[in-house]
Design a protein around this ligand. Structure first.
Ligand code: ADP
Ligand code: MG
Length: 262
C-alpha cells in the first residue's frame, strides 16, 4: 500500500455501560504516526487516554474502528507493544532484577544474559543498588523507574507509556526525560506518551495530541517545529512558547466546559 502509515488509529470508539449511565470513553478517534516519532497525549482526567492505550495494546476491544501497525491489525493482539501502565504492576515476589527482565525470561532468554542486557538501562535509571530488593522496599519513584526499565527491555519497537514520570521528583524526572529521549533516538523507538505536564510534552515530543472528554476525542494535533533533542533552553523559543499558550488554553477550556466553576 503506498504511503501506509506505521501506526494508524482509525475511527476508534469505545463506550462503557449502557442506557443513561453509558460513557463514551472515546468516540471516532483517528490519527497516524510515522515510525520513530514521539507523540505525547495531553487531556483532562477521564478523556479516554488509558482506554486508547488498552485498545492499542490489544488488551481491550473497541466497539468500532481499527488500529494497525504497518497495515496489520493490532486489535486483541497483546504483545505487539511495550506497555507501561499507569500503575507500575511490578510483581511483589520478584526482585527488581527479576522484574526488569520479566519479558525476556518469559520468552526463554537466559537470566544472566537478560540481566547483562538490562544493566546499562538500570544503571542509567539509578537502580544499580536496588536490583536485589523487592518492589515493596522501593519508593514510588524507584518503582516507576523499574517499570520503565522493564518496558524498555521488552525490545518492542512501539512503546506505550502511561504517565511514566508522574510520581517523580523534578530532578529525577529531568534525568529520566533525558534518558528516554536518548534511548528512543538510539534504538529508533516509536513512542506514545501520556502526560499531564505540557512542558514535558514539548521537551520530549515530535507531535502532541490534545484530547477532550465526554466524548473522548482529539481536539488538536501539533507537529512541533524544533529538532530533538530539545533542552530546557529550546522551550524558550517563541514558537514553542506560542504552542504552549495554545495548549494551556485548550486544556483550560476543556476543563471549564465540564465544570464552569473550575
Ligand atoms: P483517562 O486515562 O484519560 O483518565 P480513561 O480511559 O481511564 O481516562 O477513562 C475514560 C472514561 O471511561 C472515564 O469516564 C472512565 O470512568 C470510563 N472507564 C474507563 N474504564 C472503564 C471501565 N472498565 N468500566 C467503566 N467505565 C470505564
Ligand atoms: Mg489514565
Amino acid at each position: 500500500m503506498p504511503n501506509q502509515a506505521y501506526l494508524r488509529v482509525a475511527g476508534l470508539s469505545k463506550r462503557f455501560g449502557s442506557g443513561e449511565n453509558a460513557v463514551a470513553a472515546i468516540e471516532n478517534l483517528s490519527f497516524t504516526l510515522d515510525e520513530g516519532r514521539f507523540l505525547s497525549i495531553l487531556g483532562p482526567s477521564g478523556c479516554g487516554k488509558s482506554t486508547l492505550f488498552n485498545i492499542i495494546a490489544g488488551l481491550m476491544a473497541p466497539d468500532s474502528g481499527d488500529v494497525t501497525l504497518n497495515g496489520e491489525s493490532m486489535l486483541l493482539r497483546p504483545g505487539m507493544t511495550g506497555y507501561m501502565l499507569q500503575k507500575d504492576l511490578l510483581l511483589p515476589w520478584r526482585t527488581v532484577a527479576d522484574n526488569i527482565i520479566l519479558s525476556q525470561t518469559l520468552h526463554g532468554v537466559r537470566r544472566s544474559k537478560a540481566l547483562d542486557a538490562a544493566l546499562p538501562d538500570a544503571r542509567a535509571c539509578g537502580l544499580e543498588t536496588m536490583l536485589r530488593r523487592r518492589p515493596d522496599e522501593l519508593s514510588g519513584g524507584q518503582r516507576q523507574r523499574a517499570a520503565l526499565v522493564r518496558t524498555l527491555q521488552t525490545g518492542k519497537p512501539l512503546l506505550l507509556l502511561d504517565e511514566p514520570f508522574g510520581a517523580l521528583d523534578a530532578i529525577t524526572r529531568l534525568h529520566l526525560q533525558e534518558l528516554l529521549t536518548d534511548v528512543c533516538m538510539k534504538k529508533d523507538k516509536t513512542v506514545l506518551f501520556i502526560t499531564h505536564d505540557v512542558d514535558e510534552a514539548l521537551l520530549l515530543s515530535d507531535e502532541v495530541l490534545i484530547m477532550g472528554s465526554q466524548p473522548g476525542r482529539i481536539i488538536a494535533h501539533y507537529h512541533l517545529p524544533q529538532e530533538k533533542p530539545r533542552t530546557l533552553k529550546t522551550l524558550a523559543l517563541p514558537r514553542l512558547i506560542e504552542i504552549k499558550g495554545e495548549i494551556m488554553q485548550l486544556l483550560d477550556q476543556e476543563v471549564k466546559r465540564h465544570d464552569p466553576h473550575a
